[in-house]
Ligand binder design. Structure first.
Ligand code: ZN
Ligand code: ZN
Length: 154
């Protein structure tokens, strides 16, 4: 049994979470799980905006790690009803780069046919949106291309 420093109630040891000291040894938290949870809740409630920012920053940095990025991709693919295994193969085959602009991106999306869910390729958000806005119309894109060239853009 151990007495919680916050609520002063004596509780069994499994009511206390562990933490790792700097010297890597494991110790029990001085506050019981319930009190820690309450404290976290109160903190989150009182610092809603700040917590949101921190969470966002954490997610962003986690996404930059290989593991985080993979799980981010998988979640996104699943959301679109795309087989994550298959999508990952496409992703790796193209080196994680957009097939049009060749920009690497952690937000690459699988370009797929919305009806059949068949994967067409791997595109970045921008290129994918651009194709969609032009109705995947190759002729229209060709005309758009000619237009830009004509006006002196490359
Ligand atoms: Zn307590
Ligand atoms: Zn692109």
């Amino acid at each position: 049994m151990k007495t919680c420093k916050t609520c002063n109630i004596e509780k069994p040891l499994d009511q206390f979470a562990t933490w790792r000291r700097k010297d890597k040894s494991i110790a029990l938290q001085p506050h019981c799980k319930v009190c820690i949870r309450d404290k976290q809740r109160a903190y989150r409630a009182a610092n809603r905006e700040h917590v949101k920012e921190v969470d966002k920053a954490f997610r962003a940095s986690y996404r930059k790690t290989e593991k985080g990025n993979l799980s981010y991709r998988r979640t996104a693919w699943k959301r679109y009803g795309i087989d994550p295994e298959l999508a990952e193969l496409y992703y790796l085959a193209h080196d994680g780069k957009c097939e049009i602009c060749k920009e690497p991106g952690d937000s690459l999306c699988v370009d797929h046919c919305h009806d059949t869910k068949i994967i067409r390729g791997m595109l970045c958000q921008k290129c994918n949106t651009a194709l969609g806005l032009l109705n995947d119309d190759a002729n229209r894109l060709q005309t758009a291309y000619n237009y830009l060239i004509q006006k002196g853009y490359k």
